[in-house]
Design a protein. Sequence first.
Length: 114
Amino acid sequence: MSRYRINPGEFRHRITIQKMSKIENDYGELLDTWVDFLEVRAAIYPLSGKEFFAAETTNNEITHKINIRYVPGITSAMRIKFGERYFEIISPPINFQEKNVLLQIMCKERCYES
């Protein structure tokens, strides 16, 4: 049985995971808006050309893989904010080796307006 250890030096990026929420405005209307869910450190890996073309057979939308320490409750309905960049979570996060240690999140970089 192999041991999987996290190299903390890989998690050099600070990201914010956001979820869609309904907020009431001054007129009592419910508006959909993104609110911060969690701020964590992450490893962000742009997919290489080889990985991107291999992924194209199943899903040509994936452009980045983001690894974070295991956190329950993250879904594909959320998004990731990294500085001024936003990533749409394409599929449910993968619990790497089912050990509740690492989540792998496959994403597509998107342009969002605030």
